[in-house]
Design a protein around this ligand. Structure first.
Ligand SMILES: C[S@@+](CC[C@H](N)C(=O)[O-])C[C@H]1O[C@@H](n2cnc3c(N)ncnc32)[C@H](O)[C@@H]1O
Length: 181
């Protein structure tokens, strides 16, 4: 993911629900001019791995609830987060990201985006597991486009990675409030 997406050289990336912060560490290792925030529930933060970056003032951890609000960012990353939640809950999380985006910012979702056809795909197995465990599930690119639309975002691209995950990018939709197009 850190390799596959063209993160900006400067600004702030907020990894929303990054767990221990491993993805954020990998992103910041590749972008010395970028700052980062690991945004998580208090219960998940004690074991974070941000120390792997050494004494790095670019990065910090912040406790919070993504259903309330998220910190401002140039890029909000949601990896393996939306598949835990219903469309309504995902729209709320995504809307909170849109509201907190800096000018020119983007929301980047990383999930096992399902192909629309009948071919085998790891995401379909994951979808079954999610169906049993949580209210959410895996989504197709069209599902993400609809979900983004509800959150005032426009899907700009869906990129494959070397693994079974896809990167789905959204930007604020013209006409959405507050307007940032
Ligand atoms: C499936 S894990 C994904 C972790 C990480 N992004 C990854 O790719 O491995 C979902 C994460 O969302 C966090 N989370 C759940 N509810 C949250 C909330 N309301 N606000 C912030 N983070 C939350 C959990 O603590 C957990 O670390």
């Amino acid at each position: 993911m850190a390799e596959a997406y063209d993160f900006p050289e400067t600004g702030t990336v907020v990894d929303v629900g990054d767990g221990l912060g491993g993805l954020l560490v990998e992103i910041l290792r590749r972008r010395p001019g970028l700052g980062g925030v690991l945004f998580e529930l208090a219960s998940a933060l004690p074991d974070h791995v941000l120390g792997e970056l050494g004494d790095d003032s670019r990065v910090r951890a912040q406790v919070g609830d993504f259903f309330g609000s998220v910190p401002p960012a140039d890029v909000h990353v949601l990896e393996y987060v939306l598949h835990d939640w219903t469309d309504e809950q995902c729209a709320r999380i995504s809307r909170n990201c849109r509201r907190a985006l800096n000018e020119g910012g983007r929301v980047v979702v990383v999930d096992a985006a399902l192909p629309s056809g009948n071919e085998p795909h790891f995401g379909k197995l994951l979808d079954l597991m999610m169906m049993v465990a949580v209210p959410g599930g895996e989504r197709t690119e069209a599902d993400f486009a609809r979900l983004f639309d509800q959150a005032g975002l426009r899907l700009t691209r869906a990129l494959p990675t070397d693994g079974s995950l896809s990167i789905v990018e959204g930007v604020p939709r013209c006409g959405a409030r507050p307007v940032r197009c």
